[in-house]
Ligand binder design. Structure first.
Ligand code: PHE
Length: 343
């Protein structure tokens, strides 16, 4: 009988060690310790054993039972640990998953490229309001009420009571009112860049009703046209590359005299004329020497000081970079992720 017990124990222990999950372990418990289990059946036979050997056999059976129970518990722990390790296992050599991160809108990128070029020249960065007084947007810039030049700008007025001094409120139609604000705020010498949102009632492939302008203003003693031209050449070479050219075309603005439109040669045909540009050139914005009356309106003495100003579209300026061939500027504000995510 002792031999039988020993056989059961070693067989049980071997089998238990091989059990890989809780179900297999439970099956083995039933097989050996269950009501009809191998060891249980042996225990039942103890009564048939002669009295003198009964105690010895009984002890050995009990011990075997304990050993099998212990083996079952141990194996349960081992399989549990293995399962946990399997779940927590990380392949440290697998390529990582990039978290989704946002990115900057092309207009912000443009802003971040344009501004440092002027910062290097000692310009001060300002951002004047998105909602402006009629007085500053028009009157102070030589565009009195009923002046036809207003037509180009007059647009989204706010439905508020006019202020006796400042007039009505309007969504800033151009950044030029920043000239007056800056002259009144600091006085000469001035080197200002005003980057802000502007609003005009235009909607075609080169215009959106909301857009951005950057306005430059320099007021100091003996400022003349060559300074203006020099700044534009500096900007063109550094922003667009050494091979690009800027040209000034005579124009008219109420607040500058003389006035110009500023053009950049087409990135595609380099000024020869193609389907995209027609003339070989693209307009960037306006510029000119600050009108003496505008200096006066800003509290600056035109006999002592002179200045120049320019106001260009941020989006358009960015579009004219040779590596960016947008044929419709409106796509910038259509919130189409397929487009904006390319930047
Ligand atoms: N404010 C003008 C516009 O919006 C541009 C301009 C700015 C012209 C400064 C001359 C001087 O078109």
């Amino acid at each position: 009988m002792k031999k039988q017990i020993e056989k059961i124990r070693s067989a049980a222990e071997k089998e238990i060690q091989k059990a890989q999950n809780s179900q297999a372990i439970e099956n083995l418990r039933i097989k050996y310790l269950g009501r009809k289990g191998k060891l249980t059946r042996l225990i039942r036979k103890i009564s048939q054993i002669p009295q003198d050997r009964r105690q010895e056999i009984g002890l050995s059976v009990n011990e075997t039972k304990k050993k099998i129970q212990l083996a079952l518990i141990k194996q349960t722990q081992i399989t549990k640990r293995k399962r946990k390790a399997k779940i927590a296992w990380v392949d440290t050599t697998a390529p990582g998953q990039l978290p989704l991160v946002g990115h900057l809108h092309p207009t912000t990128l443009a802003f971040r490229e344009i501004w440092p070029l002027f910062e290097k020249l000692g310009f001060t960065l300002v951002s004047y309001p998105e909602v402006e007084w009629e007085q500053l947007a028009f009157e102070a810039l030589n565009m009195p009420t009923d002046h036809p030049a207003r037509d180009d700008f007059e647009t989204f007025f706010l439905n508020t009571k006019p202020n006796p001094k400042w007039g009505r409120m309007v969504l800033t139609p151009h950044t030029s009112s920043g000239q007056i604000r800056e002259m009144r705020r600091v006085g000469p010498p001035i080197r200002m860049i005003n980057i802000a949102k502007c609003y005009r009632p235009n909607w075609d492939n080169t215009h959106t009703p909301m857009f951005h302008q950057f306005e430059g203003l320099v007021v100091d003693k003996n400022i003349n046209l060559t300074h203006l031209k020099g700044i534009f050449d500096y900007f063109a070479k550094n922003f667009y590359g050494p091979e690009r050219k800027i040209r000034l075309r005579p124009s008219h603005f109420q607040f500058t005299e003389p006035s110009f439109e500023v053009d950049i040669n087409c990135p595609l045909c380099r000024g020869k004329g193609c389907r995209v540009c027609n003339s070989g050139w693209h307009e960037l914005g306006g510029a000119g020497m600050v009108h003496p009356q505008v200096l006066k309106n800003g509290g600056v003495n035109p006999k002592r000081y002179s200045g120049f100003a320019f106001g260009w579209g941020v989006e358009r300026t960015y579009m004219m970079k040779s590596n960016l061939k947008l044929n419709d500027i409106r796509i910038l504000y259509e919130n189409d992720l397929r487009f904006v995510e390319q930047f």
